[in-house]
Design a protein around this ligand. Structure first.
Ligand SMILES: [Fe+2]
Ligand SMILES: [Fe+2]
Length: 228
């Protein structure tokens, strides 16, 4: 399914203008390397994840292309994928790795990570102008408005964040977590389709359905970078 090519971050059309000072080359080299490095750092902190940020970056980029976004826009979403969980640096290790049920206080610590991530990244003007900060801030919003931190609904959620939300869930379902075992790709696929219109944007789910055969090799493997 094709969606008109437009700014994926949600704050306005400024991101891909020459005026933002960010060339496609800059996004796919310096900015990407920086984002990938920070993504590896946050994955190293969370012992329960395995290259999760990298998987989210790869899947998000493919979904963006499937939706008809430009290569440049897909590259920006790839960068945001690497950085989406950077706010977890402020979540105690004991909470991230807890096997039992989280207390309300621990849940609060987890639910603060999108805002914490946006706050960490906002001083990087390029990430702000490209919409990456907004994508990180809103990657746990749900299409039906039941997500966090702001309970945004539908297309009020930046498109890049709607894409990352699906990629994030796919990668998470395919990995073991302290509180549950991993699912197969086919079971994760069915769960994502079941959640279309509730947790996920139906257009992004349709793109996922179409792109599934080429997404499966991107998750749970050590493939090379797609953006650089
Ligand atoms: Fe997250
Ligand atoms: Fe990458």
């Amino acid at each position: 399914m094709r969606e008109p090519a437009r700014y994926p971050g949600g704050s306005g059309p400024k991101a891909l203008d020459a005026g933002c000072g960010c060339s496609a080359h800059f996004v796919t080299t310096v900015l990407h390397q920086f984002a990938e490095s920070l993504g590896f750092a946050i994955d190293a902190k969370d012992q329960t994840t395995r290259r999760h940020s990298d998987e989210v970056a790869r899947v998000s980029q493919e979904l963006a292309l499937e939706l008809g976004l430009s290569v440049s826009q897909a590259g920006i979403i790839h960068v945001a994928g690497h950085l989406h969980d950077i706010g977890k640096i402020g979540v105690p290790d004991a909470v991230l790795g807890k096997r039992g049920v989280l207390t309300p206080c621990e849940w609060q610590a987890i639910r603060r990570h999108p805002q914490a991530g946006a706050d960490i990244l906002r001083p990087v003007l390029s990430l702000n102008n490209l919409g990456v900060v907004d994508m990180v801030l809103h990657h746990h919003e749900r299409y039906d408005g039941a997500g966090y931190p702001y309970g945004l609904k539908g297309v009020a959620i930046p498109l890049g964040a709607r894409i990352i939300a699906l990629a994030d869930s796919l990668s998470a379902m395919l990995q073991d977590r302290p509180y549950r075992k991993s699912r197969s790709f086919d079971r994760a696929h069915d769960e994502i389709i079941r959640c279309s219109g509730a947790q996920f944007d139906p257009r992004v789910v349709e793109a996922f359905r179409s792109a599934a055969p080429r997404l499966e090799p991107l998750v749970g493997c050590e493939a090379g970078s797609l953006a650089a």
